[in-house]
Design a protein around this ligand. Structure first.
Ligand code: ATP
Ligand code: K
Ligand code: MG
Length: 672
């Protein structure tokens, strides 16, 4: 069993695995420690991760980026319209969610955001399996703290479609915090003042600041604030806009009319931006950008900083918000830890440092901290792995309210209640009580839609409570429902039961505050042996279960099963195409190798007639490869190779015999 942590980023995804000696980041098929979060489509197969990146510029219309930011969103959402600026494929409506329209296997088709994420995650799974040489199932994956129920459920569905068991969806900064805390041996004891850390993650697209209290063996998130449109891609865009204007004036070309040119300039700007983190100026050179024009340019760090000023000026907002929500001041913060690729930008670091008036810490690997934290979390949650436990307490990002229809017989009843406030600890269970005579429905939704990202729907779920019957004595049933925000940050009404008021004997305790769980009441036996003082009290005694039918935004079982089957067959098709390509390449290489052998080690071992026959066969096969055989099946490539092998077999045998004879001769000499 493997233990895997995945930092699913907007630009890059990092995979970490827990092994006996600790947590390691693994490399992908081209030895990179991060994989582009991209999915592409071609006439014969999909391109996932690195291959999608390689194909990107020549396959813009069929390449989808920013996958996680599309999950669970709708096309009309203004946030999704912003994403379209960064996504080269056409975004379309795909059922209730946004999807992308692409050309795949020669047909125009569309896939939903959930399906696209599932494709990428199945690649993540393959990469981890290839490295670990073990089946991979259990993972913990990171998610921006600002993701809502519907977005989180979309990611969970995607993981399931990809055949992964998601043990926790963990907020980015919380994951980084776990990685920070679990290795510290000097955290304050339970009775001491906690160590207060601000964890700041600025990535490609968004910015999160969390204030976190650490004590020995535990962390508690106190507050989290986000700017979901603040990151490296905004800096890239500022540079692209600058060069777009410059090229228009200087070369009379408008890159906005040419998508390929735009992407090439953006790629250059990303490089240039990184150079500017370590240098005062950086060059821009692109050959034949468009209309055969070569462009050159130069930009200084100072100019760059002026370009990004509109973004930079907001850099302390999330920190101020997080401090205010935690009711703390910047002086209360002991450590400021920065993660995420964008925190390498010097002016950004300077402003954060000036704000705190204190040295910033970069003690974690900025690109890998979140994946490592996720792997630690997976190790803690996995039954097969022994690690020191570290309790992680997060918080709800948005208030959640329940509403229900008024019961005519209960005149003063409210019809809604905010059950989980923003900042409520997570995970958390609350018991809701209703007096009812018949089945009823509850609806859960976010209480303040204006706090939600873009136009995300506030609806979370509808829960029908069945099996409710009036009690003949009291004319109603006392229904108890367990509402839980679980470790993924999603809400469910997990179970229901009904209770009756009963008089029970209760031991009189001297001390106050010994609150008992009402559920435990049934099992309380009489202790008559001693002589404890008792009194009669009214208690609610659990009498039976109430079935609940939940209507939430996750895919239902049949849809999940169908999507998993579809994903599986596309993955098999990809594999077949890859294997076929491999056999074709092998055949091609074998032809060259055989030609060389005929001129070298086989030269003395065959007569001209034999050699000519084989050479003719090689030429014939080669010609076939470049014409009719361009697009053959795997079996045909294998059989072509076997044909040549059979012809060359007798010569290969002679060569083998010769080598063997020489070896024996040498051995005999050595033995003598
Ligand atoms: P997100 O967290 O927003 O979903 P992500 O996790 O994929 O995205 P990261 O990998 O943390 O993002 O950061 C990527 C960003 O960091 C890119 O915009 C990249 O250009 C930027 N970046 C990386 N190195 C540097 C550097 N040396 N200087 C400036 N920016 C950098
Ligand atoms: K990342
Ligand atoms: Mg990130």
């Amino acid at each position: 069993m493997s233990v895997v942590g995945v930092d699913f980023g907007t630009l890059n995804t990092v995979i970490a695995v827990a092994r006996n000696r600790g947590v390691d980041v693994i490399t992908n098929e081209v030895s990179n420690r991060a994989t582009p979060s991209l999915v592409g489509f071609g006439p014969r197969a999909r391109y996932l991760g690195e291959t999608a990146k390689t194909q990107e510029i020549s396959n813009l219309k069929n390449t989808v980026s920013c996958l996680k930011r599309l999950a669970g969103r709708s096309l009309k959402d203004p946030d999704v319209q912003i994403e379209q600026k960064y996504v080269s494929a056409q975004l379309v409506e795909c059922g209730a969610q946004v999807g992308a329209e692409i050309s795949y296997l020669g047909n125009k088709t569309s896939f939903s955001a959930t399906e696209l994420v599932a494709m990428f995650l199945s690649k993540v799974k393959q990469t981890a399996q290839a490295e670990l040489k073990l089946p991979v199932s259990d993972i913990v994956m990171s998610v921006p703290a600002w993701f809502t129920d519907v977005q989180r459920r979309s990611l969970m569905d995607a993981a399931e479609i990809a055949g992964l068991k998601l043990l926790r969806l963990m907020n980015d900064t919380t994951a980084a915090a776990l990685g920070w805390g679990i290795t510290k041996l000097d955290l304050p004891a339970p009775e001491e003042k906690p160590r207060r850390v601000a964890i700041i993650d600025i990535g490609h697209s968004d910015y999160t600041c969390s204030i976190i209290d650490f004590k020995k063996g535990e962390l508690a998130v106190k507050s989290t604030a986000c700017d979901r449109h603040f990151g490296g891609r905004d800096f890239n865009l500022a540079l692209v806009n600058h060069f777009q204007k410059e090229f228009k004036a200087k070369y009379k070309i408008d890159i906005t009319t040419n998508p390929k040119a735009m992407v090439r300039v953006e790629t250059s700007c990303e490089k240039l931006k990184k150079i500017l983190s370590a240098n005062q100026q950086a060059p821009m050179n692109i050959e034949s950008l468009m209309n055969d024009v070569d462009v050159t340019g130069m930009i200084t760090r100072q100019e760059f900083e002026a370009l990004i000023e509109p973004v930079l000026s907001r850099v302390t907002v999330p920190i101020e918000q997080a401090l205010a929500e935690a009711k703390l001041t910047k002086e209360d913060i002991d450590v400021i830890e920065l993660v995420g690729g964008c925190t390498r930008v010097p002016s950004l670091k300077d402003r954060i440092q000036d704000f705190f008036g204190k040295q910033l810490s970069f003690t974690m690997n900025q690109d890998e901290a979140i994946a490592r934290g996720c792997a630690f979390s997976c190790a803690i949650l996995s039954p097969v792995f022994k690690v020191r436990d570290f309790a992680v307490q997060d918080i709800c990002s948005y208030p959640i309210e329940f509403s229900w229809e008024k019961d005519q017989d209960i005149p003063d009843e409210d019809t809604s209640l905010t059950v989980f406030q923003k900042g409520n600890v997570l995970p958390s269970t609350k018991i809701l009580t209703f007096y009812r005579k018949q089945a009823f429905d509850l609806e859960a939704r976010y209480a303040k839609p204006e706090l939600l990202p873009g136009k995300v729907q506030p609806f979370i779920g509808r829960f029908s409570v069945k099996g409710v019957k009036a009690d003949p004595k009291t004319e109603f049933m006392i229904c108890k429902l367990k509402a839980r925000v679980n470790i993924h940050g999603i809400l469910n009404v997990e179970s229901g039961y009904y209770v009756e008021d009963q008089e029970v004997e209760e031991e009189i305790k001297d001390e106050e505050g010994d609150k008992k769980d009402p559920e435990a009441m049934e099992t309380d036996g009489d202790k008559k042996d001693g002589k404890p003082k008792t009194r009669k009290v009214k208690k609610q005694v659990r009498k039976g279960d109430l079935p609940i039918v939940a209507g939430v935004t996750s895919l239902d079982e049949p849809s999940l099963a169908a999507a998993a089957e579809k994903e599986n067959s596309m993955a098999m098709e990809d594999k077949l195409v890859a294997d076929t390509e491999e056999k074709k390449n092998e055949l091609e290489a074998y032809i060259y190798e055989m030609r060389n052998k005929l001129d070298e080690q086989y030269a003395e071992l065959a007569n001209d007639d034999e050699k000519d026959k084989i050479r003719a066969k090689l030429t014939e096969t080669e010609d076939w490869l470049y014409e009719d055989g361009e697009d053959a099946t795997k079996a045909v490539y294998v059989s072509k190779m076997d044909e040549i092998r059979a012809m060359a077999g007798p010569i290969a045998q002679r060569h083998f015999d010769k080598v063997e004879a020489e070896r024996q001769e040498l051995q005999a000499k050595l033995d003598a």
